[in-house]
Design a protein around this ligand. Structure first.
Ligand SMILES: Nc1nc2c(ncn2[C@@H]2O[C@H](COP(=O)(O)OP(=O)(O)O)[C@@H](O)[C@H]2O)c(=O)[nH]1
Ligand SMILES: [Mg+2]
Length: 235
């Protein structure tokens, strides 16, 4: 973007949505120009210290939500995870309510400067074809598994092809949910079979909330093991 004979360049993650980037850029440029108009219009810019504006640059990041997609078969716990993250005052729902297409929630927690928009993708087979429209421009994918062999088979067969096509560059981890159920595969085993690092969870228990939020944060800041969709073995 050009303004006041100054060129502004934002370098983005390739998954960011263009309209969000444009909005953030306009916002940032107009504040910058307002603050430094006189120096930009004269030779003063050469000696101006622009560093006081750095919080302004930083705020751009928080204007572009990091899109997180919860992907997995119906009944694995996606909606429960979404509620666990967003509704701390109410306990997670104990009743199963199938999701149409998908729900979405904004998440502001201890992720500064990031804000997440979390999408819960409807996991009934007939909705999976619609995922493409919902997950476009997603940066992070959380595969939600109920830690059974059948579910992992479904994920690889039905979900992986859609993810590979739509989000090849997204970061991906798996949640090995329902660790309380007898016969649940260990997180290590779920991770091995999915080809994606997996983290154990019990989404229907409120005391797992911190662990869940930390997982999202660590994925955003790249401080845990993760994979990239197109790098998953055998995808
Ligand atoms: N035993 C057990 N049940 C869970 C766990 N997480 C979620 N559930 C239950 O599994 C069912 C399906 O969860 P839901 O979030 O609706 O699945 P979704 O279709 O992936 O959105 C609900 O009855 C939840 O209460 C868990 O860790 N352990
Ligand atoms: Mg659901």
């Amino acid at each position: 973007m050009n303004s006041h004979e100054t060129q502004f360049i934002i370098t983005m993650d390739r998954q960011a949505s263009l309209s969000k980037v444009e909005e953030a850029m306009m916002n940032m440029v107009s504040k910058f120009v307002t603050g430094f108009e006189s120096s930009l219009e004269s030779e003063d810019w050469k000696s101006t210290d622009f560093s006081p504006f750095s919080p302004g640059f930083r705020s751009v990041v928080s204007k572009i939500p990091v899109k997180v997609c919860l992907a997995g078969h119906g009944g694995t716990g996606k909606t429960t995870l979404l509620e666990l993250a967003t509704l701390p005052s109410q306990g997670p729902p104990q009743e199963y309510v199938p999701t149409f297409f998908g729900d979405k929630a904004f998440l502001k927690a201890d992720f500064d400067p990031y804000v997440f928009s979390v999408f819960d993708l409807g996991g009934q087979d007939r909705f999976v074809q619609e995922w493409g429209k919902i997950i476009r421009a997603g940066s992070m994918v959380v595969i939600v598994s109920d830690s059974t062999a059948e579910n992992i088979e479904w994920t690889r067969r039905v979900a992986y092809p859609v993810l590979r096509t739509e989000l090849p560059y997204a970061r991906i981890v798996a949640v090995a949910n329902k660790q309380d159920l007898p016969g649940a595969l260990s997180p290590q085993e779920v991770g091995r079979r999915l080809g994606v690092p997996a983290y154990g969870m019990q989404a229907n228990r409120r005391d797992f909330r911190e662990r869940w939020l930390k997982l999202l944060k660590d994925l955003a800041f790249e401080t845990i093991e993760f994979n990239i969709v197109s790098d998953i073995e055998g995808i």
